[in-house]
Design a protein around this ligand. Structure first.
Ligand SMILES: Cc1ncc(COP(=O)(O)O)c(C=O)c1O
Length: 277
């Protein structure tokens, strides 16, 4: 595996170590980003760096690096990556300090970055769609921040895995929020519905790109709350994320979505998305 970046150093991953007092380890006190790379070119990099800055501001951590410094690190990771398609993982924590909930003073952030091979989305998912299960969204009220405190997401994803499903679709007070590690979009009565960008969902870069695509293509869409009833009557449902792009959901809690096969809107959106890459 290629070298990783840790606090200004480049080293093999086995040698990259952080203290047990790192606040990322102790409190999950940090943020992260995942940036897809196609043919050794980072995709939608500016949007990802902007979201990283927003997440840092959201947890009141000063940006440890400027955009041009991130870009140099990412270029190096992309160049050294074992595969042409990879994902770049960036993580920043509030650094190493004696354990105390309150922020430490004058403590440098821990900055970590690595490249990971990106597996293609399984062909069967695109041809047949995937199965998901629903669960009450029991996460906190700052889901718009991409923080490393992911225990709720971990438990929700495992709930799906235990039920032989690919993703867990989250419902809060009767409305769809997102997936445990994805955004959800729903086709209902001929319109593409996007659960609103608020504190309850991560503002997905893929979600934003798809809003741009449907706008340009003149496809009717709305950013609006999506009720459990609308979900149950949807003709198509999809999940989106940087590493999985757009995946059709054809089974929710054991019930078929629409015809039970990937629909025409999925095919159109996938083809529009592929042309962006
Ligand atoms: C909770 C959650 N929502 C949405 C997304 C999709 O965001 P993006 O399209 O930026 O990858 C992710 C991605 O990991 C996620 O973890």
């Amino acid at each position: 595996m290629s070298n990783v970046y840790l606090n200004g150093e480049w080293l093999p991953i086995e040698k990259a170590q952080v203290s047990v007092l790192d606040r990322g380890f102790i409190f999950g006190d940090g943020v992260y980003e995942v940036i897809p790379v196609y043919n050794r070119k980072a995709f939608a990099l500016t949007a990802h760096l902007k979201r990283l800055e927003r997440s840092l501001a959201g947890i009141r951590l000063s940006p440890p690096l400027q955009d041009n410094q991130w870009q140099l690190i990412i270029e190096q990771l992309v160049k050294e990556a074992d595969t042409d398609n990879s994902s770049i993982y960036l993580q920043i924590t509030r650094g190493v300090a004696p354990r105390d909930h309150a922020f430490p003073l004058n403590t440098p952030a821990t900055v970590f970055a690595m490249a990971k091979p990106m597996a293609p989305v399984p062909e069967a998912w695109l041809q047949q769609g995937i199965k998901v299960v629903t669960h009450e969204d029991d996460r906190w009220l700052h889901c718009d921040l991409k923080t490393t405190a992911l225990l709720a997401n971990v438990l929700l994803r495992q709930y799906a895995v235990d039920k032989q499903a690919v993703e867990c679709l989250l419902i809060r007070e009767g409305c769809v929020t997102e997936g445990a590690a994805s955004n959800i979009i729903v086709v209902h009565q001929g319109e593409v519905l996007f659960p609103p960008r608020n504190n309850l969902i991560l503002p997905g870069i893929t979600y934003d790109l798809i809003i741009d695509l449907v706008t340009q293509a003149g496809i009717p869409f709305r950013e609006t709350t999506v009720t459990r009833e609308q979900l149950a009557n949807a003709s198509e449902v999809m999940m989106t994320s940087s590493t999985r792009e757009i995946v059709p959901i054809t089974d929710i809690d054991g019930k078929k979505v629409g015809t039970g096969l990937p629909g025409p809107m999925f095919k159109q959106l996938l083809s529009l998305y592929q042309s962006l890459k």
